[in-house]
Write a protein that binds this ligand. Structure first.
Ligand SMILES: [Cu+2]
Length: 139
């Protein structure tokens, strides 16, 4: 009987955590992934389809660190100044879209997706392992 308020409080806390997790995960997110051995095998998703404006989650389950970065497609100087992942504003230094480098078991949102246009395809790569390449296809 005396434990009931404590149990109720934990249940409320658990529900609050679940709500926060649900709120932080986009309802519809495309997924780009690297599976174990990805540093040799490449992306588990060499082709990533996404709707225009759809969030893209990059998931790494490999032992090595990886990222998901536009390959040879760059922001304009003006857009680079507004993008927090860009620190240099000279031509061809800031990728159009970008994820941080994450280790195995982590996931990250791909940033810059608001500039991706419907009907376009964008090459991506991992800057840690330049042989890891793929294509992002925006419907
Ligand atoms: Cu990599």
């Amino acid at each position: 009987m005396g434990n009931r308020p404590v149990a109720a409080r934990s249940a409320i806390a658990a529900a609050a955590v679940a709500l926060v997790l649900a709120a932080s995960a986009p309802a519809h997110a495309a997924v780009a992934a690297v599976a174990p051995g990805g540093f040799l095998a490449g992306f588990a998703t060499p082709v990533v389809p996404a709707a225009q404006g759809e969030a893209i989650t990059f998931v790494n389950t490999d032992v090595a660190p990886h990222n998901f970065v536009a390959d040879g497609v760059f922001l304009s100087k003006k857009d680079a100044k507004k993008s927090r992942w860009c620190t240099a504003f000279t031509a061809k230094t800031c990728p159009l879209f970008w994820s941080p480098t994450i280790t195995g078991g982590e996931q990250a949102n791909v940033e810059g997706i608001e500039r991706l246009e419907s009907g376009n395809q964008y090459p991506f790569h991992c800057t840690v392992h330049p042989s890891m390449k793929g294509t992002l296809v925006i419907r």
